[in-house]
Design a binder for this molecule. Structure first.
Ligand SMILES: Cc1cc2nc3c(=O)[nH]c(=O)nc-3n(C[C@H](O)[C@H](O)[C@H](O)COP(=O)(O)O)c2cc1C
Length: 189
């Protein structure tokens, strides 16, 4: 797949086929993540690849978050979202991205930017492999539950997670707010 095709075709996928993703393919996209740039070349990212019972427990936690979050939504839409949350859209795997925790604001910013670069690499590599992903921070609303389920110590910051699996939907590309980049880019000389 051409590099720019990957950029333009990657979408947030919220419905997955149950088909397993091979460890080899998972390693390939994790390796792409590991080749991201990083502040001070600290490569300050870690990934937890979650499946089976642990994934079910994560989904149970996100399901509860989703129940609170969708209170007041129209019933059918609410049911659909809660079902997506409980099962991560049926994805066989969820990858959790961590970085080193820091109380120093500039170090924390550097760490978050490094792991974000790595996670974006992972999302793009997954797309190139025909896999779907969905960058998610919503489940972090019950961060304590994620820490408990995955045994994550306080010296790590949980940054985001993504389901990984073969897409069972075609997502429409959301329009760009500023396709001509008029307000997004300023040229100065
Ligand atoms: C920082 C961040 C947090 C996000 N959190 C969630 C989330 O909790 N749940 C979800 O379904 N999607 C989440 N998304 C996915 C966005 O909704 C999605 O990227 C956006 O709607 C644009 O769609 P696209 O990814 O298909 O271009 C998140 C994306 C980012 C970058």
């Amino acid at each position: 797949m051409d590099f720019y095709d990957v950029i333009y075709s990657r979408r947030a996928i919220r419905k997955y086929k149950p088909d397993e993703v091979s460890r080899e393919t998972l390693m390939k996209i994790l390796d792409a993540a590991n080749w991201a740039p990083s502040g001070m070349n600290l490569q300050q990212w870690e990934f937890i690849v979650v499946s089976g019972e642990k994934k079910r427990e994560l989904g149970e936690s996100y399901g509860k978050v989703a129940e609170a979050y969708t209170a007041g939504w129209e019933e059918e839409r609410r049911k659909k979202f809660i079902q997506f949350a409980r099962t991560f859209g049926g994805a066989p795997v969820v990858i959790v991205a961590l970085t080193d925790a820091s109380n120093n604001p500039s170090t924390r910013k550097m760490n978050l930017e490094s792991v974000s670069a790595a996670l974006e690499n992972l999302l793009l590599a997954a797309c190139a492999e025909g896999l779907g992903t969905c960058w998610m921070t919503g489940p972090l609303q019950d961060e304590a539950a994620i820490r408990r389920i995955l045994n994550i110590s306080q010296d790590k910051e949980i940054v985001a997670l993504t389901p990984v699996g073969y897409p069972d939907m075609v997502a429409k590309p959301p329009a760009r707010l500023d396709p001509e980049l008029e307000s997004k880019v300023r040229w100065m000389s």
